[in-house]
Design a protein around this ligand. Structure first.
Ligand SMILES: [Zn+2]
Length: 466
């Protein structure tokens, strides 16, 4: 099966045919940095990280651009409330986003442009739109520049609305001089106390939609393959990005991919709830790799309705995978990734990134691998474990690779040797029926965070989780 994606614009699944053979260009609307991220924001990062890893596995050279929106109404409001300059708010929150992406194993983008670093590109794009009759500077001299939606007949195509159905754009003051209430702001004229940049139409600051069009085309070219973002961005943000770029003559994105939202009790995450869903708070409940498993396991287009139970179930599911690989290493030594993935796993991801079906193949390998280990089938277990590592690498979940491996194998070996000595002491105490001493040794290990499990093959130990 060929690689295919559900394209919001076409409202159907389409075969992926890149503009340049062997290359894939991907733009993802990144953070608006007015606050630190909650897991709903980072879900998008995880979904598109898996997409990027799968494209790479399939042999594409991927250019991945994820922007930072560092000027915006909300940022200005937060800064005013705190009595600090706007850039202090954005610096602080951008660091929180970077930490969140990193801690969850999202590979860094090829480029991460910030909106305020691209004002000349935005001015150029506005000039092209004005010259082509698709945009105008407000007659009231406010410095506002608007996109003329009636000048562009395909307006509404992406979000599947006719122009008559489109709601007035909510991005400017009602008294500003717009020709049509649906016209959206490309540029917002200066207001007292706000940061501004010069343009031929007066000082002001960029509108959100213009920022993304300017950054996407600067780094990926006037035509690129995939534009991604959350489902809540389809209208107005992506509709407006598409309109202004295409009206200016750029082919822009060929595929539009949107991830579903993360809700709580069926509702969009409210600000009060969102605060408890920030990444550091979530990492008090589960380890980072388990949180990544949770956020990535559902199909990217589905809605996730958050619950602590589902989060814990995801953690247990991940521990099953990890448990098999840990035992495989104990029995077989180093497990080398196979470099190939099973056909069922590949066809699941080829089919609009079906991660849940791909995980079914992962867990099938874990079950078969455990059976093989128990039966002493070392060759079979090694083959399954090798394939498993390659699948997990694509999903960014390999416990033996990258940031999830303990990294300090030498230290683990030292602890292993020490625990073995202690366990021999316990065995000896039991042998002379000194159960008090045997229990005291076990309690001592537990106190040090070492959990001992007695198995038919002898005692096993692991570090206590959570
Ligand atoms: Zn955007």
């Amino acid at each position: 099966m060929s690689l295919r994606f559900y394209d919001t614009s076409a409202r159907q699944v389409r075969d992926f045919v890149p503009l340049r053979e062997g290359h894939a260009s991907l733009y993802l609307c990144g953070a608006t940095v007015q606050a630190p991220p909650h897991i709903g924001h980072i879900r998008s990062g995880v979904n598109f990280d898996i997409l990027r890893r799968w494209l790479t596995h399939r042999g594409y050279q991927v250019t991945f651009c994820r922007n930072v929106t560092d000027i915006d109404d909300k940022i200005i409001r937060v800064a005013a409330d705190e009595g600090v300059p706007w850039w202090q708010v954005t610096e602080r929150n951008q660091r929180a986003f970077t930490y969140a992406y990193d801690v969850l194993g999202c590979l860094p983008p090829t480029v991460e442009p910030r909106a305020t670093g691209h004002v000349p590109e935005m001015v150029e794009l506005m000039q092209r739109l004005i010259d082509a009759g698709h945009a105008y500077a407000a007659d009231d001299g406010s410095g506002d520049v608007y996109f003329d939606v009636r000048s562009f007949p395909p307006y509404g195509d992406l979000s599947n609305q006719r122009l008559e159905q489109v709601q007035p754009a909510a991005d400017s003051d009602p008294d500003r001089d717009k020709r049509d209430p649906r016209d959206f702001a490309l540029w917002k004229g200066a207001k007292p106390g706000e940061p501004t940049w010069p343009t031929p139409w007066g000082r002001g600051r960029p509108g959100w939609h213009l920022e993304c069009s300017a950054m996407a085309t600067k780094y990926l070219g006037p035509a690129f393959d995939i534009h991604g973002g959350g489902l809540d961005l389809v209208f107005p943000h992506h509709e407006n990005e598409m309109a202004q770029s295409r009206a200016a003559g750029d082919a822009f994105a060929q595929y539009w991919l949107h991830n579903g939202l993360l809700k709580i009790g069926g509702e969009k995450m409210a600000k009060s709830l969102g605060n408890s869903m920030r990444i550091p708070q979530m990492l008090e409940k589960v380890r980072p790799v388990e949180l990544r498993y949770y956020l990535g396991q559902a199909h990217y287009r589905s809605t996730i309705d958050y619950s602590d139970e589902a989060l814990q179930e995801a953690a247990v599911a991940y521990q099953r995978i990890e448990g098999f690989l840990t035992r495989a290493v104990e029995v077989l030594g180093d497990i080398v990734p196979a470099g190939r993935v099973p056909a069922g796993f590949a066809s699941a991801l080829d089919d609009d990134l079906g991660v849940s079906q791909a995980l079914a193949v992962v867990h099938g390998h874990v079950r078969e691998g455990n059976t093989a280990l128990a039966a002493g089938g070392k060759e079979k277990a090694a083959e399954l474990a090798g394939e498993l590592r390659s699948m997990l690498d694509v999903l960014g979940l390999d416990p033996l690779g990258g940031q999830w491996s303990s990294g300090d194998q030498g230290l683990r070996e030292v602890v292993d040797a020490l625990v073995s000595v202690v366990l021999q002491q316990r065995q000896a105490a039991r042998g002379r029926k000194d159960y008090e001493a045997a229990d005291a040794i076990r309690d001592g290990l537990t106190g040090a965070g070492v959990v001992v499990e007695d198995t038919p093959q002898g005692p096993r130990w692991d570090l206590r989780r959570g």
